[in-house]
Design a protein around this ligand. Structure first.
Ligand SMILES: [Zn+2]
Length: 114
């Protein structure tokens, strides 16, 4: 098993050091995107512009916080505005294959979604 120097350091570092490193890395990654021009409807974060993503590269595509691109944000808006998924009180069974992490968190919260 070949581990990079970075992987080796992270593996043998105390958890609080790894957590601080990940926080720093996240803040470092978001530098230059701070602003209020665009808002992600899913995580409600605002940025100057969304990050580029995809192949071929699409500009202004990906949220830097939740990593959702246009399709995921559109899906979220559709589910909130055109369905009663989050408004109804009766139990709903929802099947979502390989949900994005943020969707998994959002779907896990309401008590009526199984
Ligand atoms: Zn987001």
């Amino acid at each position: 098993m070949n581990m990079t120097i970075k992987q080796t350091i992270l593996k043998f570092s105390p958890n609080f050091v790894v957590r601080e490193y990940l926080k720093f890395k996240s803040r470092w990654r978001m530098r230059g995107y701070e602003g209020y021009d665009v808002e992600c409807p899913v995580c409600e974060s605002t940025f100057r512009i969304f990050a580029s993503a995809g192949n071929p590269l699409r500009e202004n595509a990906k949220c830097m916080k939740c990593d959702l691109a246009e399709r995921g944000r559109l899906m979220w808006l559709y589910m909130n505005k055109k369905t009663d998924l989050f408004k109804c009180n009766s139990k709903i069974k929802l099947l979502h294959f390989a949900p994005e992490k943020i969707f998994y968190e959002k779907f896990s919260n309401p008590q009526h979604i199984e």
